[in-house]
Design a protein around this ligand. Structure first.
Ligand SMILES: [Zn+2]
Ligand SMILES: [Zn+2]
Length: 428
């Protein structure tokens, strides 16, 4: 099955500044590939309120500008500047309040009244800062121990050493994930890497090195430490906002009468307003935090280039931008026991057939579709643009034929899980 091209060059309309034909994509406003004219335009939304639409448009414009600035300016290290300091201070206060309350609770338990102490203790436990639990983080993923995938773990070690980072303590695989991520969780702050099978099927071995070195770049740059320092500020106001959200059911629907109805509706209005206020604070903090995250992503990309070389890093972005073309390939319609290799072969053929023009358009489209102040990643297209400006350096870690074949064999069983799932859906 070949995926239909999703973009094309329109012959009727031309760019007002450089007179080349505009590019069209399904459900998207046309834009100029050469000068990015109209690329900042956003596809209109049907069935959305005026309020949501205007917020979305503003966020998109600002996100587009922020991404462009990041890709074309000097890289800025995350953790610098007043915004980060503010996040740390807010987080410190948010930790200090429950800590003080805990001391007060202990005092009350000793000196009485004990019931008040117990009550306070319950509240403190409910709002305590959390470090995340490894078990919870790994839910829905397969844990891949070194003895099950020695070649994969050996490559991970080599890449980690090259990035100067400690390797992950736990490697996980997700059968359905078109992506990969790292995190740090638990009291022991265990480093976790999760690889998505569809992503692995879409990239070649050099691009896998680029992917791993980007992920370990987060460990090397101690991004999790910065995340931990700012975590209370990032999550608390959102939790409070959703906790305060008033019931959707009005007093009329509940058939309340008289004074009871008035008090109930007043209460709903007040907590609704409070919830909205807390949400506004949460949104503002999220935008600041996301800018930090995008800077961290850029630093991780720099490390990927150093370890995997520029070509492989650019190839990784191209593969990610081309996911819409590969989605049809990763299906249940493959031979049992050969899913991963079949998908890889077909995607490789797809990439070879593609002259780069289609990839270029899809990549450019991500600059529009992924632009948001709340996005933790710069758009794939802007990351590509930024890395393209770097000197062309070769890879320092390479993967041999035998090594790659073993890694594919080690990951194949997880691809079968996805294949069977997809085949079952197909039959249903
Ligand atoms: Zn133009
Ligand atoms: Zn990243």
């Amino acid at each position: 099955m070949t995926a239909a091209p999703t973009t094309q060059t329109a012959s009727a309309d031309t760019c007002p500044t450089c007179a080349v034909p505009l590019t069209l994509a399904e459900d998207q406003p046309p834009w100029c590939e050469r000068c990015e004219w109209n690329l900042d335009a956003l596809a209109p939304l049907e069935r959305a309120t005026w309020f949501y639409r205007s917020i979305r448009a503003r966020d998109h414009r600002a996100g587009f500008r922020a991404d462009r600035l990041l890709a074309t300016g000097e890289p800025v290290l995350p953790g610098r500047g007043r915004a980060f300091t503010l996040l740390v201070v807010v987080s410190a206060v948010l930790v200090a309040v429950p800590a003080a309350a805990l001391l007060a609770a202990v005092w009350l338990l000793i000196a009485g009244p004990v019931t008040l102490g117990l009550l306070l203790l319950v509240v403190v436990l409910a709002v305590r800062p959390r470090l995340g639990r490894v078990k919870k983080v790994l839910k829905g993923h397969y844990r891949v121990a070194p003895d099950r995938a020695p070649a994969l773990h050996a490559l991970i070690e080599r890449v980690a050493t090259a990035t100067g980072a400690p390797g992950p303590d736990i490697v996980g695989v997700n059968a359905n994930l078109w992506g990969a991520w790292t995190t740090v969780a638990g009291i022991r702050q265990r480093r976790i890497l999760v690889l998505g099978i569809p992503l692995v099927a879409s990239i070649d071995r050099a691009e896998l090195v680029a992917l791993l070195s980007h992920e370990f770049g987060h460990f090397a740059n101690r991004d999790s430490w910065r995340q931990l320092l700012t975590r209370p500020a990032r999550v608390t106001f959102g939790h409070i906002a959703s906790g305060l959200r008033p019931s959707r059911k009005s007093g009329f629907e509940r058939e309340f009468l008289g004074l009871y109805l008035i008090v109930y509706e007043l209460w709903r209005m007040i907590i609704g307003l409070l919830s909205w206020l807390f949400f506004a604070v949460h949104a503002a903090i999220s935008a600041v935090a996301a800018r930090e995250d995008r800077r961290a992503e850029q630093q991780a990309d720099l490390l990927a280039v150093r370890v995997a070389g520029r070509a492989a890093t650019l190839g990784l972005f191209d593969a990610i931008a081309s996911f819409p073309l590969y989605r049809g390939v990763v299906s249940g319609a493959t031979r049992k026991g050969y899913a991963l290799r079949d998908w890889q072969d077909r995607i490789t053929q797809n990439r070879a057939r593609n002259d780069g023009a289609e990839t270029g358009r899809l990549r450019q489209l991500t600059i529009r579709t992924q632009a948001s102040l709340f996005s933790s990643h710069p758009s794939t297209g802007r990351r590509h643009q930024f890395v393209s400006t770097l000197p062309d350096t070769p890879a320092t870690v390479t993967v041999s034929d035998a090594e790659w074949a073993t890694i594919v064999r080690e990951l194949a069983p997880y691809a079968e899980v996805l294949r069977n799932e997809l085949a079952e859906q197909y039959e249903m």
